[in-house]
Design a protein around this ligand. Structure first.
Ligand code: ACO
Length: 391
């Protein structure tokens, strides 16, 4: 019992492992092109024709809504945008230097403590929690930013959709049509991506039948790492360091020669294949640059060219997101939160799917440390300078 079968090999990073079956997101690479679909609908069609509310509905319920279903769902989100005073109190008490992703995961956990039905997992109760989280996350992000910068809080505006309302609450003025559309499309593009690390973390938590808030906290913590959603903030740091397009090539060359990674490049799934989201985000970044500050887009293009020249790597979803967010005047340290604002729809859809098809996720490790050692009583142990090493 519990023996690993001889033929099983460690799959480092689970690169070759299919961890579950899912009806939510399809990623397939066919003849050098990547297909990305949510519930069977192509990401390009959704980016062109949908809005975030419609895509969130699709991910949650499995079907595109009718007009009246979408109106009702959008209203339900609007009704849930406001934060309980306790959450506003929390945002006020957290040190202003706290990273906004740490704030977000703390506030989500606090929301859980205020939900009397936290442990209920019926489909109906899970959908209710999901709607509340989708609606409240933008308010948490915008309010924390306004509190830490000493600005007055802006109530959610029922006249504005999900994306436009976030920009309004953040900046205190309504966004232009181009800005609102850009964020809306960005949220659609970030809404789901199969078993990325944060979604997998959420599903692992859900597989233990942990409550939905705990699952989303797991996901939020995982998203923050620079190898995942944290890359967009690092991309912006890089663009600021490069400062002018003509310095991009030397910067990239030097980093690569030192064996350092260029943030916003490479992907576990899209190897030598362009991430379809990158194509859309590049166009968004180009459009915002044409109507506003062109600098970040120009530097980004120069970096993309140089990374391809020296390493043959393609940009991932985090790369052009950075110049999109910069041109929406979003502070750098909120970039990962914007990712979470989009991805929450996918997280909750995956958590619900995990609850409803559950099997505990519990892989094995191949033990490679010392075996069957004789226990030495404390009084007889001698100082050992040698640290235990893992080969
Ligand atoms: N810059 C330089 N070299 C890179 C980069 C990069 N950004 N990404 C991959 N490589 C190299 C690796 O060093 C490795 O080279 P080697 O074979 O000579 O050792 C090879 O390409 C394969 O890369 P791995 O890291 O093994 O690929 P893996 O699938 O494990 O990792 C990852 C994918 C984590 C995204 C990686 O490409 C990376 O670290 N990128 C930078 C961080 C980033 O942009 N993260 C966001 C990803 S998208 C998202 O999560 C939303």
């Amino acid at each position: 019992m519990g023996e690993l079968k001889g033929e099983l090999k460690v799959d480092e990073g689970l690169k070759e492992t299919i961890a579950c079956a899912s009806t939510i997101c399809r990623i397939e690479l066919i003849e050098g092109t990547a297909i990305l679909e949510y519930r069977g609908y192509n990401i390009h069609d959704l980016a062109k024709n949908s809005n975030y509310e419609e895509v969130a509905y699709l991910l949650l319920y499995g079907e595109l809504p009718t007009k009246s279903e979408l109106e009702l769902f959008s209203e339900e989100l609007k009704e849930r945008r406001e934060l309980p005073p306790q959450i506003i109190g929390l945002l006020t008490h957290l040190p202003p230097f706290t990273h906004p992703m740490v704030v977000l995961r703390t506030a989500i956990s606090y929301l859980g403590s205020m939900d009397k039905y936290i442990h209920f997992k019926s489909h109906e109760k899970s959908i209710e929690k999901a709607k509340s989280l989708i609606a409240k996350i933008p308010t948490i992000v915008a309010y924390f930013h306004r509190i830490r910068t000493g600005q007055k809080l802006i109530n959610p505006n029922d006249e504005l959709n999900h994306a436009a309302n976030f920009l309004y609450m953040l900046h205190g003025e309504e966004p232009t049509e181009t800005e609102a559309k850009a964020l809306d499309v960005d949220l659609i593009l970030h809404a789901d991506h199969e078993l990325n690390a944060s979604t997998f973390a959420a599903r692992i938590s859900a597989s233990t039948l942990a409550d939905m808030y705990a699952c989303v906290v797991s996901a939020t913590g995982t998203l923050m790492g620079p190898l995942h959603g944290g890359a967009s903030q690092k991309v912006m740091e890089m663009l600021r360091e490069i400062a002018v397009p003509w310095r991009a090539e030397a910067y990239v060359k030097e980093k690569l020669e030192k064996g350092e990674k260029i943030m916003g490049f490479g992907h576990r799934v899209y190897k030598n294949v362009m991430d379809p989201r990158t194509l859309e985000l590049k166009e968004l970044a180009r459009k915002l640059a044409e109507e506003g500050e062109p600098k970040w887009f120009k530097i980004s293009e120069a970096v993309e060219e140089a990374v391809y020249k020296y390493k043959k790597l393609l940009p991932n979803v985090d790369f052009y997101s950075a110049s999109v967010y910069a041109n929406l005047h979003i502070p750098d340290d909120l970039f990962i939160n914007i990712f979470a604002m989009g991805r929450i729809a996918g997280w909750v859809a995956h958590i619900i799917e995990q609850y409803e098809t559950n099997r505990l996720i519990r892989p094995r490790a191949q033990y490679i440390g010392p075996k069957s050692r004789e226990y030495i009583p404390l009084s007889k142990r001698e100082f050992q300078s040698k640290k235990l090493t893992v080969k």
